[in-house]
Design a protein around this ligand. Structure first.
Ligand code: LER
Ligand code: MN
Length: 271
């Protein structure tokens, strides 16, 4: 069965991002639980910024699962990416994500590599950069395997990365480097910019998709833009997807209303 989730960001430096909740952890979880979400997706500053025992207790108290953990803070706060030309920075990026994998795995949740993939920079070439990305992902997918989970890799739109923008490019990359423990994230906002037919692409990449980010064309909660969700939901159901559909959208008009709008959409298409 497809599961619902909302994002909660607890990173002071990135408050204005596409996250449904971004303030207090417990209050956010209480609101998510009141709307009957199955899980939460967490963005934290680092793997040790939340106490394990506290999170465990809160997840139990509100009967929520940890859907996934985001790793973007490694870039935003520390300037790390898996494709920095400086090998020391790449090493730090791998170790940052590695710790996030361990943290998430304690709760059965995979980690997401999104903005930590970086870009081909002016002082590097594309081939080297993609090799560095593959080398980083190889280490991290193994780490995830040891921890009993998988790694999520997220193609981003062209304004955020010049590496891999579509699910097709993501699939080719995974196949080329035999990254068997890496699944793709289908972020409907990025896909709205980069893909031709979103539903067709979802059907074509069914077995590669391990996580879905739910947002409308304008990155507001689904239903508040012009994405046609009906055929997309149909495709997600058709591929037999059983992971999380997690709202990564702006808290627009506010967190509570965005969460409610998301749950209405979720119920309409997936329940
Ligand atoms: C991360 O999941 C993502 O989609 C990025 O666009 C966040 O900035
Ligand atoms: Mn995303």
């Amino acid at each position: 069965m497809i599961k619902s989730a909302v994002t909660i960001a607890l990173v002071a430096q990135i408050k204005s991002g596409p996250w449904i909740f971004w303030e207090d952890l417990e209050q956010s979880m209480e609101k998510a639980a009141a709307l009957d979400f199955d899980g939460i997706e967490l963005f934290t500053s680092s793997a040790d910024s939340i106490d394990f025992g506290q999170l465990k207790e809160l997840l139990q108290k509100y009967k929520l699962q940890l859907a996934a953990v985001g790793t973007g803070a490694g870039k935003v706060i520390q300037g790390l990416t898996l494709t920095d030309p400086d090998p020391e920075i790449r090493k730090k990026a791998v170790s940052f994500i590695s710790e996030m994998i361990s943290f998430g795995a304690k709760f059965g949740a995979p980690a997401i590599v999104g903005s930590m993939q970086g870009n081909v920079l002016l002082n590097a070439n594309r081939e080297d950069t993609l090799t560095w990305l593959a080398q980083g992902l190889e280490i991290l997918e193994q780490k995830a395997k040891i921890e009993g989970t998988f790694l999520i890799y997220e193609p981003l739109n062209r304004y955020e990365t010049n590496l891999i923008n579509t699910l097709g490019m993501g699939r080719d990359f995974i196949e080329k480097y035999a990254l068997k423990n890496v699944k793709l994230l289908a972020d409907l906002f990025h896909m709205n910019i980069e893909e031709g037919s979103i539903d067709q692409v979802i059907r074509e990449h069914g077995k590669y998709i391990g996580h879905v980010h739910l947002a409308d064309s304008n990155r507001r909660p689904m239903g508040l833009g012009h994405t046609d969700m009906q055929p997309i939901a149909k495709a997600i159901l058709e591929i037999g997807y059983s992971g999380f559909v997690s709202a990564e959208a702006f808290p627009s008009p506010n967190s509570e209303a965005a969460a409610e709008q998301t749950m209405q959409t979720f119920q309409k298409y997936f329940r």
